[in-house]
Design a protein around this ligand. Structure first.
Ligand SMILES: [Ca+2]
Ligand SMILES: [Ca+2]
Length: 307
């Protein structure tokens, strides 16, 4: 019996070592992009603070502005910001492969620096002063992909060199590639504000406005004052103080104060940041420890009773 258990422990230990090497080897990380953030967003929350409805024109098919997943990865040259939507269509033939989505990704890369207002008027939100943004990546069809820094003015043209937006093979994911020369090396502590709007060439900062009543080309469920966010979906925890509904609903129309947002971090909201190999290794180590404990406990009753 004892021999069987030693054999079992040896097998588990060997498997642990193999899994650990496979999952954690630094060389393995270089060939494929390394994921630093990977998070689902609730399905069906393309309603801003909970009240917004789509424009009535038939081009606005359901799900266009419903972010379902967001990930950040990087290889040697680029940082990839991947936003998956329930629906992506291209009725007006944008060269990037999507006609509707407007992505505004504000990133807090450096704690204690940055700014809390948006670069331009349009989204109608502000950012928590603890997590002021340093880098802003904007993506939309027809060559609108740009990166800005917190030092830029509203008139800045931004950095377009090397930036691109495209739709991945799944047909639902918009990938924004940003050169590392622009972003710097991604850090586990970066905070992300991922805001989804509807591209409107006539809107403030390309945002289609959300009014009180929906129309052919405007969203409804907001207010006719320029105070409610023009953000239809955003990456956020499904519930709690930092939920999308609480944050986007934190504006005050009477006072004219905008909604205040907090970012999402890699370590939050059940985000899986460890590679699968490391998780398997952890499970096997726990299994091995359990086996040893069981074996030790089994040995105890064999001590002769005191006479
Ligand atoms: Ca969503
Ligand atoms: Ca959301």
């Amino acid at each position: 019996m004892r021999r069987t258990w030693w054999a079992a422990i040896a097998v588990v230990t060997a498997a642990t070592v193999i899994a650990g090497v496979g999952g954690l080897a630094p060389g393995a990380a270089l060939a494929e992009p390394v994921v630093v953030l990977d998070m689902d967003d609730p399905v069906g929350d393309d309603y801003g603070p909970g009240t917004y409805v789509y424009p009535t024109h038939k081009a606005f098919v359901p799900g266009l502005f419903d972010l379902t997943h967001f990930s950040v990865s990087h290889d040697r040259e680029y940082v990839y910001l991947d936003a998956t939507f329930q629906e992506v269509t291209n009725p007006w033939n944008a060269p990037e492969g999507f006609s509707h989505q407007l992505l505004n990704i504000y990133i807090d890369t450096t704690r204690g620096a940055g700014r809390t207002d948006t670069l331009r008027k349009g989204a109608f939100v502000v950012f928590d002063k603890r997590y002021a943004w340093d880098l802003f990546v904007k993506a939309l069809g027809w060559g609108g992909c740009r990166a800005f820094t917190a030092q830029d003015t509203a008139q800045a043209r931004g950095i377009a060199d090397g930036l691109s937006a495209s739709v991945l093979a799944d047909g639902k994911t918009v990938r924004i590639a940003v050169p590392k020369a622009v972003t710097g090396e991604p850090d586990r502590n970066w905070g992300y504000y991922v805001l989804v709007g509807s591209q409107d060439a006539f809107g403030d900062d390309d945002f289609r406005p959300v009014m009180e009543k929906p129309g052919s080309w405007v969203f409804g469920g907001g207010s006719d004052l320029e105070v409610n966010p023009n953000v239809i979906d955003m990456l956020a925890a499904p519930r709690g103080r930092a939920s999308q509904e609480r944050m986007l609903g934190s504006y005050n129309a009477e006072k004219g104060s905008p909604a205040v947002l907090v970012p999402v971090f890699a370590g939050e909201a059940g985000v899986q940041v460890a590679p699968p190999g490391a998780i398997l290794a952890a499970v096997l180590v726990l299994g091995a420890a359990g086996g040893v404990a069981w074996w030790v406990r089994r040995r105890r009753p064999t001590t002769p009773p005191r006479g």
